[in-house]
Write a protein that binds this ligand. Sequence first.
Ligand code: NDP
Length: 285
Amino acid sequence: MSQPLNFKQELTCVFGQPISENPSQCMMEAAFKDKGLEWRYQSIEVAPENLEQAVGGLRAMGFRGANLTIPHKVEVIQYLDGVSEAAAMMGAVNTIVRKGDQLIGENTDGKGFVQSLKELSDPQGKKIVMFGAGGAARAIGVETALEGATEITIVNRSAERGEALVALLKEKTGVSASFVLWEGDYVVTDDVDVVINATSIGLFPDVDAVFPIDFSSLKPNMIVSDVIPNPPQTHLLREAAKVGCQTLDGLGMLVNQGVIGFQLWTGVDPDPKVMRAALEDVFGV
Ligand code: NDP
């Protein structure tokens, strides 16, 4: 940075991730540079017991916003001045935005996924099968339901989390949702439009993980997507492409949630291509 930073206006931060080679930091700083913005995105690791003080520090120092990751996404809500409707439905915040002197919680993960999906097809009227019931699945489930998906089947290894997500989706969005316990290779029915992996299967270093699905049940008219950003080409996506399915990788979701955060903080539209290139560089794609 050639010019001194104005701390009141030019800092964003991310809580909870190791500082070195943070992909989001690389992606955001590339986008700031590309748009000629003298902003910084700092990776700051915060222990759970220090979260309240960290949010206080963010307020005191005039940070424009923050991203948060596990384990802070739920706990942070009590220290904020409000949350968006979608973040309230999910009960989780991954983005903080300063609005005047208030800190408001947003959740851009599901919106980022929907943005990626819309590049291929509108979620409106779609029948979705989603593997996983954690934070990513919750965000994607809520946002696809709000966008008009007609039916969502949650397939999860543990019944408790899967059933809890189905209950949340039905209660908060009114979508038709059901739970299937994940045992053996899951068989996708012919009427499914979109298949989503929202589990951590395939995430580095577990790059050779085999995805438990009956690949012969996939059809070329289905869209198959994966939340795993690193490596972007997972076993699920490789096999789905062989069948002829259209595929969406986790880098698209990561870029799009970043685009939304960038817009919320700066009011400027970043270039998603610059952001994706920065991530590909970090992940060595
Ligand atoms: P959580 O820990 O909240 O949830 C993990 C989910 O994966 C659970 O449903 C868990 O099942 C399931 N799971 C994990 N391992 C296995 C396995 N071996 N077999 C079957 N199911 C398994 O994590 P998140 O939801 O926060 O994150 C999930 C993934 O999404 C991560 O890899 C993360 O990197 C990615 N992600 C990507 C984003 C992007 O922008 N591309 C944004 C956010 C997350 P169970 O309930 O039975 O334990």
